[in-house]
Design a protein around this ligand. Structure first.
Ligand code: SF4
Length: 332
């Protein structure tokens, strides 16, 4: 591994002063970045460890706090801490379920909320520096397009890249209409969670819309009425420590036997958490029945494209949507 400098700023301002320069990478839990460095996928000159922000200005990024309109997760809150937090469990069990479905207990003890969002795809060609990959080295081609693509995208892909975002947490946050709080030298800005990650388009090297000189400082989840009827269903090759083939975050607000509000997002199918807006609209005002769920799932699959190895997802995905909705509605 290439030698690198290591700095540990104690304030957000000090961190913002150093990030964004060429060769600089931010490290928090390091559960993905260290792998990337060991494999030679990335080789920073300087690592900026943000785990100690708040030592001087007491602006902790680890806290989980109530706001007037929801719940705020500091970007350095650990995945394990968020998943076990009482307020999260009571208000947003969907998020707790998604977090517990991700990685392993050891990894969740190190991984942060912000790091989870910033993790890179697990496409094998991206990690193998002897293979072509437009995401790792733009313009070299996409090894997965005609290669092994069982785990890859069926929605929103481009000729440049068919990778998927690997997070479970992000799928739940996309469904829950979360907002990303971002700090930069000019101040703080907010971005809807569904607009944080990008589709590959002509620039698969860009995973998200965070500028190089910005830091994620927190996530805000607005209050909602989904706690009673929500479910995260993850289909994978084994029951733990495996990425999703397909996952579905389903949340329903049911009043007098009618769906008043629905939220649906999928993981393992696109370069970003894939929100199913049309299916949500189709469910609104309907009864929570298996037939209505299956119709919404069929609608959600419009535009899906298989690439050979991953074409089984064209059947698996609608079945997973239907099943997740059945669980959310208490039908199973
Ligand atoms: Fe690279 Fe994306 Fe193709 Fe994978 S799918 S090889 S990440 S360009």
């Amino acid at each position: 591994m290439k030698q690198f400098q290591y700095v540990r700023p104690a304030t957000l301002k000090a961190a913002l002063d150093v990030i964004g320069k060429p060769g600089v990478k931010v490290i928090a839990g390091g559960t993905n970045l260290i792998d990337l460095m060991k494999r030679g996928v990335t080789a920073p000159d300087k690592l900026v460890d943000i785990n100690h922000l708040g030592l001087v200005d007491h602006q902790s990024l680890k806290d989980i706090t109530e706001t007037k309109t929801g719940l705020y997760l500091g970007s350095l809150a650990l995945n394990s801490v968020v998943s076990e937090n009482n307020m999260v469990a009571k208000r947003h069990p969907l998020l707790a379920m998604a977090l517990k479905a991700g990685a392993s207990p050891q990894l969740r003890n190190m991984a942060t909320v912000g790091g989870n969002m910033m993790q890179r795809t697990r496409c094998g060609y991206f990690y193998d520096t002897t293979m072509p990959c437009n995401k790792r080295v733009p313009g070299t081609g996409c090894g997965a397009m005609e290669g092994i693509n069982r785990m890859h995208a069926i929605f929103g892909a481009s000729q440049q890249c068919i990778a998927v975002h690997p997070s479970d947490m992000c799928v739940a946050l996309a469904a829950l209409d979360a907002t990303v709080h971002i700090a930069g030298k000019k101040g703080e800005r907010k971005l809807p969670f569904t607009q944080f990650h990008r589709l590959p388009g002509e620039h698969p090297d860009l995973d998200n819309n965070l500028a190089k000189d910005e830091l994620i400082v927190g996530i805000e989840i607005p209050d909602n009425n989904f706690a009673q009827n929500s479910y995260y269903l993850k289909i994978r090759d084994r029951q733990s420590y495996a990425f999703a083939l397909v996952s579905v975050a389903a949340a329903l607000e049911i009043e007098n036997g009618i769906i008043k509000n629905a939220r649906l997002a999928m993981g393992g199918v696109a370069h970003k958490p894939w929100r199913l807006f049309d299916a949500e609209k189709a469910l609104t005002g309907k009864q929570p029945t298996e037939e209505n769920f299956a119709q919404a799932a069929t609608l959600a699959m419009q535009g899906a494209i298989g690439h050979g190895g991953n074409s089984f997802k064209l059947k698996l995905a609608p079945a997973t949507i239907t099943e997740a909705l059945k669980h959310a509605a208490g039908l199973v």
